[in-house]
Ligand binder design. Sequence first.
Ligand SMILES: NC(=O)c1ccc[n+]([C@@H]2O[C@H](COP(=O)([O-])OP(=O)(O)OC[C@H]3O[C@@H](n4cnc5c(N)ncnc54)[C@H](O)[C@@H]3O)[C@@H](O)[C@H]2O)c1
Length: 367
Amino acid sequence: MPPIRLAYVGCGMMAQRVHLPNFATLPDCQLVALAEVRRDLGEKVQRRYAIPRLYPDHRALLEDADVTAVAVSAPYALQGEIARDCLAAGKHVFMEKPMAISLAQADAILAASQCTGARLMIGYMKRYDPGNELVHATVSQWRISGELGNVTFARAHGYGGDWTAGINLPPVETSNEPAPPSPTEENLPAWLPPEHARGYVSYLQQYTHNLNLLRFFLDAGERARVKHADLDPDGYAGTVILEVDGVRATLETGRLRHYRWDEHTQVYFERGWVHTWAPPLLLRNAVAEVEIYRSDESGAPGALAGQGVQHTLTRPIPEPRWGWAYRRETEHFLDCLQTNQPFRSPAEDARTDVRLFEEIYRNWLQI
Ligand SMILES: NC(=O)c1ccc[n+]([C@@H]2O[C@H](COP(=O)([O-])OP(=O)(O)OC[C@H]3O[C@@H](n4cnc5c(N)ncnc54)[C@H](O)[C@@H]3O)[C@@H](O)[C@H]2O)c1
């Protein structure tokens, strides 16, 4: 199939550290254009990746009929506005999370997509980690077979740490020009008190990953709601109790000065669990670690209650054994465009994460 002709918008940190190195080296992608408001930065990055055309901002590339898809990474509230314009111009879009900082913004983006039929995929790379794929498959299989009973609880924990894994890569290109403003205030939920704006965006942008992954593991779709939120005054550290596809779930958030990345997710059944630990995000080629515990009846005739139970704890190696979630999500985006298959992390589904963060803060602030 012919490669997807892609334009990248915003040459900042994520573009240079993660997405451009991936898009530039995948055979299914032809990087045909770049858009960057800061001209000096755009020129340096254009040279580094030998990208044919450079535009002064994303609007300037919308008329480029040679571009079929756009990828964008920019500040939290800004990237959704860029994505909306590109969708309205009929370009398919891959964008970094968060999709939006309010439901109103998310719905405006979705309306643009519906209007032209252009599709939007959100960069929830955790869904493309082979370890998380194994967890998803195991949880789904156990729920269908019922072999370990019902799901009783699910837990997402994210205290952070060092997400860079001490990478020693060439420095990213920088600019002497000021970065353009990000339209944050006008896109925040109307009900949010201004003094909570900073905490809200910071919390949402970080933990949108974790709620998204929980919903993925439980195939919950929109079936998720907030029951109780208990956060510190900073609006960041705390615990939230949710119901995700009928299952009680917690989201534990906080900060930890940690040498690697303190993030894990666990799904409990009546007779076992599946547990996964995220790798530091920029550690290329490392996949999530998985541990599976099960207690099975041996079925031995005459066994007394509690006897004849076999307990096993395994640490299966996911396949592929090595891989980088960010690269795999990029491959998925290109593949779905070429084959017209649905995205695993479409914007329509990501809207639920945006809704849940509004619910969390409203519950916490009792608004
Ligand atoms: N998935 C993850 O694990 C992960 C990790 C870190 C960050 N992120 C996400 O990445 C995003 C941050 O990206 P970043 O750090 O690369 O941002 P950045 O601010 O470093 O770069 C954005 C660039 O976009 C340019 N720009 C702004 N408006 C533009 C326009 N209209 N047209 C063209 N260029 C424009 C700016 O000049 C800037 O150079 C955030 O939204 C964050 O949530 C995701």
